[in-house]
Design a protein around this ligand. Structure first.
Ligand code: ADP
Length: 152
């Protein structure tokens, strides 16, 4: 069976934290679909087109990666894409608490889908898209938190 994972998130913007999760998950799956959720309020700062382009700049040449948008339930999107795995990153116990509830609920909604967690390396566990947005809004330099292929 082809192992397909979706990596859902807002990616607003895509950071080296996200990149680390995708890069380390690549050997585990035949295909990873980086899936930009477009139904969350906090996504307004960057357009979906910008976010899509930035991820393309990083992974556009990788045959194992697809980049898509989705609306609605993540488990429904998994079914549509024939994906049996949801990939998520874990930075700390706060992430764990939040992710545990979502993963258990997703399992309840669709028994076929397994959530796989990858722990972030400590040197980048402080990086979050929301803090990066704040730095940008206040004119700071975020270049070391963003993959080098992305020109913000
Ligand atoms: P969401 O809006 O669903 O929280 P994000 O775009 O913020 O989505 O993140 C998508 C995924 O990437 C989540 O699993 C999140 O925990 C993970 N992630 C975000 N930043 C990092 C980081 N610095 N290190 C590891 N994982 C991260």
């Amino acid at each position: 069976m082809t192992k397909i994972a979706i990596f859902p998130g807002s990616f607003s913007p895509f950071t080296v934290g996200h990149q680390s999760i995708v890069d380390r998950a690549l050997p585990l799956f035949d295909k990873i679909i980086i899936s930009i959720g477009i139904n969350s309020e906090k996504n307004q700062y960057f357009s979906i087109e910008e976010r899509l382009q930035w991820i393309k700049d990083v992974y556009g040449n990788n045959p194992k990666i697809e980049i898509k948008f989705y609306e609605g339930l993540t488990v429904d999107f998994c079914k549509k894409e024939n994906a049996n795995y949801i990939l998520r990153g874990l930075r700390d116990s706060q992430d764990f608490k939040f992710e545990k509830g979502i993963a258990q609920m997703n399992k309840d909604l669709n028994k076929e889908v397994e959530t796989i967690f990858i722990i972030t390396p400590p040197e980048i566990s402080h990086i979050s898209s929301s803090i990066i947005r704040d730095i940008i809004k206040n004119g700071g330099d975020v270049s070391k938190f963003i993959p080098k292929e992305i020109d913000l």
